[in-house]
Design a protein around this ligand. Structure first.
Ligand SMILES: [Zn+2]
Length: 300
């Protein structure tokens, strides 16, 4: 009986039936930005053919989709977005493309941090979209990705569950390592400046105070008054280091470093991964790079 079953499976795989998904059978998925794209790859593995709209070192706050992006989305079965107001351009793109697949909001279930931003002279409370910068939230993203893939491809359930379980385990290991690394830093030195406010969740999770001239979106520019205030704050509070971001212009930070004597601590990957040959080609590499840069600059 067993031998018969094996023979049957062999025949089935010869005829390309169920055993292994080839390109035509793969789930066509789109992810809005590179960090989320990596997470989808880790969970989806070979069963998923993924296109990422905002690639390495790209700024998803201000992305301008092309007609080719609309076409990609029109052919997709599932779309992964961050949510929390991160991809302001997505609704229009999804509508204009005629996308009829399933949308998974990866941050669903995250407890959002909010902040007050000044918009055209009036203050409003907005959600901070950078939830992936806390690995505990990263686990929520992975669970949402897994469940979304199972919903549209139930045959892959076991594979998605196994991939997600492995990945959640790796994220847990990284989480312990990050907490251990920060626990060694003297509390008085746990303060940094970055260009835009992408590390609110990171700071809350790992005990780091992050000051940013630009707010939670790169769309808003810092005013001269904001910059003067930060320069004063860096001097008064002896903030030891200023960090560049892979997605942002660093002239303003150069100026702050110059005027305050704070050192430039390196580059943090905030809203995008690096290319494959850079220091942060995956979500977990991004943490490794960022934590390495932060602890090196803040411990000495
Ligand atoms: Zn951002």
């Amino acid at each position: 009986m067993k031998r018969f079953l094996v023979a049957l499976l062999l025949v089935a795989s010869l005829f390309g039936l169920p055993a292994n998904a080839d390109a035509a059978d793969k789930v066509k998925a789109v992810a809005s930005f590179s960090i989320l794209g990596d997470m989808v790859k880790q969970v989806g593995g070979d069963r998923v053919e993924l296109v990422t709209l905002v690639g390495p070192d790209g700024d998803a706050h201000v992305f301008d989709p092309t007609p080719a992006d609309a076409k990609t989305l029109a052919n997709a079965q599932i779309l992964f977005v961050n949510g929390l107001g991160f991809e302001g351009w997505m609704d229009r793109l999804a509508k204009s493309s005629g996308f009829t697949g399933k949308t998974v909001v990866a941050s669903n279930g995250v407890k959002p941090l909010t902040m007050v931003e000044e918009e055209g002279g009036k203050e409003e409370e907005i959600a901070d979209p950078h939830a992936w910068q806390d690995l505990a939230n990263g686990k929520i993203y992975v669970a949402n990705i897994r469940d979304g893939l199972i919903a549209i491809d139930p045959e892959g359930k076991e594979i998605y569950e196994a991939n997600a379980a492995n990945y959640l385990n790796e994220i847990g290991v990284m989480e312990d390592a990050v907490k251990a690394a920060f626990a060694k830093l003297p509390p008085a030195r746990r303060k940094i400046i970055t260009s835009h406010d992408a590390f609110g969740y990171f700071g809350a999770a790992y005990g780091l105070e992050v000051i940013a001239p630009e707010g939670v979106s790169t769309e808003a520019e810092a005013s001269a008054k904001d910059v003067a205030k930060i320069i004063r704050q860096v001097k008064d509070e002896h903030i030891p280091a200023v960090f560049m971001e892979n997605i942002a212009d660093h002239r303003l930070l150069d100026q702050i470093a110059r005027e305050t004597g704070a050192k430039i601590g390196g580059t943090l990957y905030s809203d995008a991964l690096s290319g494959p040959d850079g220091p942060a080609p995956t979500y977990l590499d991004m943490f490794k790079n960022n934590v390495g840069a932060l602890t090196t600059a803040l411990s000495s």
